[in-house]
Design a binder for this molecule. Sequence first.
Ligand code: ZN
Length: 61
Amino acid sequence: MARKACRTCRLITTKSHCPICRGTNLSDSFSGVVLIFDPEHSMIARKLNISEPGEYALNVR
Ligand SMILES: [Zn+2]
């Protein structure tokens, strides 16, 4: 399965819709992958407005 990034919350998923925001606005063109394990204590998560653990794209086109 191809990995895609959600344009709304940047989560990377192999599903046809985003499991976090339920959106279907996915892009297969993304760069910069960051893993968030503990969003509450992660500076990156706070900066990117991430509240759920997971794999996220820094740039989604
Ligand atoms: Zn999403």
